[in-house]
Design a protein around this ligand. Sequence first.
Ligand code: PMP
Length: 355
Amino acid sequence: MSRFFSSKYSSLEAYTPGEQPKDMKYIKLNTNESPFPPSKKVLDAVAEQASLLQLYSDPECTPLVAKCAELYGVKKTQVLMTNGSDEILNFAFMAFCDSQNPIVFPDITYGFYPVFAELNGIPYEQIPLNDDFTINVQDYVGINKNIVIANPNAPTGIALSLDEIERIVSSNPNNVVIIDEAYVDFGAQSAVCLVDKYDNLIVTQTFSKSRSLAGARLGFGIASEALICDMNTIKYSTNPYNVNRMTMMAGYGALCDNDYYMNNCKTIAQNRSYTEGALIDLGFEVLPSRANFVFAKSSLISGEELYRKLKSRGILVRHFTKERIKDYNRITIGTIEQMKALVSATEEILKELKK
Ligand code: PMP
């Protein structure tokens, strides 16, 4: 830390992204990316926009917002596009939380939430998940604080039903409830259908997972016009050109090819069933996932050792050191070939232990 770093950040612990190793080619099952490439419309759109890079991007993301609004059945004024969904989450924390308006979220969830809270000087409370890693909905009913919940949750993959989400949103009318649907397309119920009914609900989604655009950085939020307007005030006060022109048209192309991406999600869900079954056969405990990853532990090997042994065999999964989940690994669901490679490497590792 330099002697110039503001004291307001001196205790800030930054978010640690998953490894993006360069030393060799891995089967990369550690950051929940899609194993499928972007569609041709996306590639063509990027190439076309690359030749126009001397020009600023459209701060309103006009065609992309219009397409997104059409697809999700909302007004254009209810959509905000951002640089990954991390950015809209930060905008929401900045816009609606402060020392008088704290935020709550589960103890086991997306690791960026406490970082956004710390960064913006927002008091926060972490509510323990049940022993089976489910969210106790009652804990959030009428809590009277702002709330952020990932649905499905990460890294557990467990989802709440739409009714449960509605109970939380409707019982906290004077607080903002952010539902982070980064993984919703892989099998959970979206709360977008509730945004017209509840003016305190923000649903965030991303193009990074189901739409194969992690490297382009594109996310969005859907909410009441007033909430979108407030988050736009934050956007125009930080970075009006937050979505670059290649990314904007890549996103547009992806929404035009929606069937391709939704079919890929179905394939991922099938591959997830295969992986769950195969890991259970190997004696693992696997949480019931609605996301493009599974969270699994074995009583035969520690989470860390399995992570290291898989890495030495060229397969990367995500291990977290937090006490409550250190026995687990989060395994992204890739192609069926990748999942078969994971299962056979795991089987070999377990066999070697018995020798
Ligand atoms: N929410 C959750 C729950 C996530 O796991 C991630 C991915 N790290 C994000 C949001 C942010 O993803 P992105 O910024 O790529 O949209």
